[in-house]
Write a protein that binds this ligand. Structure first.
Ligand code: PLP
Length: 464
């Protein structure tokens, strides 16, 4: 494709995306595609001759769109939001257009220096101390793996080969378990600590687990505190956990994948009191904030240790600036790196911090409104405190208990999703199946939250 052809097709594609975004409210949210249906529309073999771009465009509509669940839909209430602000979409286009490789400073100085500045803008935006520095990673899962590898290396210097243990709450994300396995601690050395009625880690249970392990000759290497668990957005008591981590010289990693964005709001920051004592922290601007996936901000207090663990020094990567610059390939696992900082730059500049804060506050207010509706309805039960934007609830008609109640609520969620007017997901927390209404799509307004509430009520009635 020549640059002139690109100009024509690029304009057409931007128009296509704009039209798609405008038409979202009219589309069903969850794809109703059956397994194998999209595959059947695709030729099993690659074309040997060039095809016109027009036929590709037509296939976007015919083949791809029916198999898309619309994460930017105003009635997307599933998982956590993965907002893809249009300014960030444009930045991703620029990044692809530049085709820059950001592994070393020299391979694109602007990419490295913009990333340094974006990491510092984000740090200021969420109120982290000045000594927190970091790099963008693809996902929180990778960041947590990097954190636990660093923890392992630091503990290895202290522990003279004793078996090492890692601690997290029983509500921690599955990426913690995965990182424990991949970092080589072994699944048997992960301790999932009991949580309280609000699904937050209980510090004295952590203390007891550590003491029991020490008595068995193990070396407690790391603890992961979650600020905003996936199930219910519970918050572990960071301050108390940090104290325990310090007492045992353990690595403290904070997983604030979702809730980190909320810390743009000074009124939310008391919830992660003690955060400045963390050795590492991750939050995902690719969730609530709007930086198109993938974009995970990973901070550390001691970058020298991170670089020592992650750096390699092959002759083919040496540059004459190595002593004077950051080479972000040494701040994580992959060598090759995309130019992710651009989408933060576009997003933050196009919106401004104040507008981002206003959107987050809108979502928090909508979640509080929904919680009030649930609390005022005798047949509904709120299953967790609403600290942020997720409302955990279930329908509880008289006479239904235990597994039958769980099945009832799963059917309720399935009916909402199959109807196509909204999309939400469930989780099992403390043995109960909860329906999670996760508010925070960029275009979700109060009327959309009111709509999911009346949809839930309607489907609940239809089920009985
Ligand atoms: N940690 C928490 C608390 C999450 O909720 C999630 C995903 O929702 C993750 C980690 C994993 O995020 P990622 O997809 O960036 O690996």
């Amino acid at each position: 494709m020549t640059p002139d052809e690109f100009r024509v097709f690029g304009h057409a594609l931007v128009d296509w995306i704009a039209e798609y975004r405008s038409s979202l409210p009219k589309l069903r949210v969850m794809s109703d595609s059956e397994p194998g249906e999209i595959r059947a529309l695709l030729p099993p073999e690659p074309p040997s001759e060039p095809e016109p771009m027009e036929s590709l465009f037509a296939d976007l509509r015919r083949v791809v769109l029916p198999g898309i669940t619309h994460w930017s839909h105003p009635r997307f209430f599933a998982y956590f939001p993965a907002n893809s602000s249009l300014a960030a979409v444009l930045a991703d286009l620029v990044a692809s257009g530049l085709g820059a490789q950001c592994m070393s400073w020299q391979t694109s100085p602007a990419a490295t220096e913009l990333e340094e500045v974006m990491m510092d803008w984000l740090r200021q935006m969420v109120g982290l101390p000045q000594n927190f520095v970091g790099a963008l990673q693809d996902t929180a899962s990778t960041a947590t793996l990097v954190a636990l590898i660093c923890a392992r290396e630091r503990a290895a210097k202290l522990s003279s080969a004793r078996p090492m243990t890692v601690y997290a709450s029983e509500q921690a994300h599955s990426s913690v378990e995965k990182a424990v396995r991949l970092a080589g601690f072994g699944p048997a050395n992960l301790r999932l600590i009991e949580t309280d009625r609000e699904f937050a880690l209980v510090p004295h249970q952590l203390e007891e687990a550590i003491s029991a392990d020490v008595a068995l000759g193990k070396w407690p290497a790391a603890v992961v505190a979650t600020v905003g668990t996936t199930g219910t957005m519970a918050v572990d008591p960071v301050h108390a956990i940090a104290q325990i981590a310090a007492d045992h010289r353990m690595w403290l990693h904070i997983d604030a994948a979702m809730a980190g964005s909320a810390m743009l709001l000074p009124e939310c920051r008391p919830m992660w009191r003690g955060v400045e004592q963390a050795d590492s922290l991750v939050f995902n601007p690719h969730k609530w904030l709007g930086a198109t996936f993938d974009c995970s901000a990973y901070y550390v207090r001691d970058p020298a240790h991170l670089v020592q663990v992650m750096a390699t020094h092959p002759s083919f990567l040496k540059t004459s600036q190595d002593q004077r610059v950051k080479n972000f390939r040494d701040w994580g696992i992959p060598l090759g790196r995309r130019f992710r900082a651009l989408k933060l730059w576009f997003l933050i500049r196009e919106q401004g911090v104040r507008a981002l804060q206003a959107r987050l506050r809108r979502d928090l207010a909508n979640a509080r409104w929904l919680a009030q509706q649930v609390d005022a309805s005798p047949e509904w039960e709120r299953m967790a405190p609403v600290l942020f934007q997720t409302v955990s609830l279930r329908h509880r008609p008289p006479g239904l208990e235990g597994e039958r109640l769980n099945v009832h609520n799963q059917s309720l969620a399935d009916r909402v999703n199959q109807g196509g007017a909204a999309y939400l997901t469930t989780a099992v927390v403390g043995g109960s199946l909860i329906v999670r209404v996760s508010i925070g799509s960029e275009t979700t307004e109060r009327e959309d939250v009111a709509a999911i509430w009346s949809l839930l009520n309607g489907e609940a009635k239809a089920l009985l």
